[in-house]
Design a protein around this ligand. Structure first.
Ligand code: ADP
Length: 205
């Protein structure tokens, strides 16, 4: 990212100062971005994002956890959606989850031989998820670390892509109206990566 430009944006008041955690000590609040370590299925947000596969019929990892927690009605709704292309997103109800909706996005399987394509697809997951959230008036969205589990995307690379896109979305006309993103990490290693990189994209004053 162009760090200097981001710093200047901060000075123009686009970003506000760090505020104290409110509902969970594991959450490090900034105005537009926060970090949560734990199970995404317990998050009381407007929308949680599911790292799904093209069938949208459930799978392992975060996908399995979301389907298990949301219940069978989620499977039924997903079965009617006709799948989803890699890099695209579709929205459903959240059923037994405490969030209002679920946005299912299909991350790329990492391919070292075609880094550019997978990077574009991963970025598109974040962009299409945020656009869907805005279209449905969902302001607070929780993202898992898409593609970095079974799909093998290196965590540092994936986190740069995620934070860069979220940052640019926050600064865009549509994203500046609302949108708060919480990045949900499971492992300590992933938490460290996000803690290191968030200040790069969302610098404190
Ligand atoms: P993908 O197939 O897109 O790689 P995975 O579900 O395998 O998706 O992994 C994505 C990330 O989600 C991994 O970092 C994994 O540790 C994490 N994860 C797995 N279960 C949960 C959960 N219940 N809540 C939040 N994150 C989870």
């Amino acid at each position: 990212p162009d760090i200097r430009t981001i710093g200047q944006l901060f000075q123009t008041g686009v970003l506000k100062a760090v505020s104290k955690p409110r509902y969970n000590p594991n959450v490090a609040f900034l105005d537009r971005i926060s970090l949560f370590q734990g199970d995404i299925t317990v998050m009381e947000v407007d929308s949680v994002v599911n790292a799904a596969n093209e069938s949208l019929l459930g799978g392992s990892g975060v996908d399995g956890a979301i389907h298990a927690a949301a219940g069978k009605k989620l499977y039924k709704e997903c079965a009617g959606l006709g799948g989803c292309e890699t890099g695209k997103s579709k929205i459903t109800a959240a059923y037994k989850l405490p969030s209002k909706n679920i946005i299912h996005t299909v991350g790329p399987v990492y391919r070292r031989s075609d880094v550019e394509t997978v990077a574009q697809q991963l970025e598109s997951c974040y962009r299409t998820s945020l656009n869907l959230a805005i279209e449905n008036n969902l302001k607070h969205i929780a993202f898992p670390s898409i593609s970095t589990g079974i799909y093998g995307y290196p965590i540092e690379d994936a986190t740069h892509i995620a934070l860069d896109l979220v940052r640019r979305f926050c600064d865009s006309d549509v994203g500046s109206k609302a949108s708060r993103s919480t990045c949900v990490v499971w492992s300590n290693k992933d938490k460290e990566v996000y803690e290191t990189l968030i200040p790069e994209y969302f610098p404190a004053p």
